[in-house]
Design a protein around this ligand. Structure first.
Ligand code: THU
Length: 160
């Protein structure tokens, strides 16, 4: 028997330590929160993606009366990237949240399906995507790659 370990590092930044381009990305994500359609959960999620050509594309969660038909912010943002800027990879993304029902005190990380979708995009364009997670006035977390969010992932290479 052999025991293996994943060693996943992430960084925590104080708000005033964020690089300028990340502040801009965060601003885009916060501005997009108003476009979330979340009448059922009252929970807003926005994802701002900076492409390698420096375009910024945002997406927000879009819910549905048939709950499982709702789409997460990350999936909407990735779809918008693929539609508006086909064949352009991403270098970083920022996810932020808000609630219409309570004061959000802690950041949220992407759900499992979003991690899988983000990983497909990262793998497809062979460029690591930094993942920033933050809310106003709190420390921001940065992972260097989507891979760090999904160890032992199922990817394209499993199908070859
Ligand atoms: N949500 C996202 O948009 N992204 C995630 O990664 C997690 C959850 C949305 C789905 C739903 O509209 C609301 O947050 C509550 O689950």
């Amino acid at each position: 028997m052999q025991e293996h370990h994943f060693n996943i590092a992430y960084r925590e930044y104080a708000p005033n330590e964020l690089p300028d381009e990340v502040v801009t990305l965060f601003q885009h994500a916060k501005a997009a929160l108003k476009d979330a359609y979340s009448p059922y959960s009252k929970f807003r999620v926005a994802c701002a993606i900076r492409l390698v050509n420096d375009e910024i594309v945002t997406g927000t969660n879009q819910e549905n009366a048939a709950y499982p038909a709702g789409i997460c912010a990350e999936g909407i943002a990735l779809g918008a990237c693929a539609s508006l800027h086909p064949n352009v990879g991403a270098k970083e993304l920022f996810i932020t949240i808000a609630s219409d029902a309570f004061q959000v005190e802690q950041i949220a990380a992407p759900c499992g399906i979003c991690r899988q979708q983000l990983l497909e995009f990262e793998t497809r364009f062979k460029t690591p995507i930094s993942v920033w997670l933050g809310i106003e006035g709190k420390p921001v977390i940065r992972l260097a790659s989507v891979k760090d969010l999904l160890p032992l992932a199922f990817t394209k290479s499993d199908l070859l």
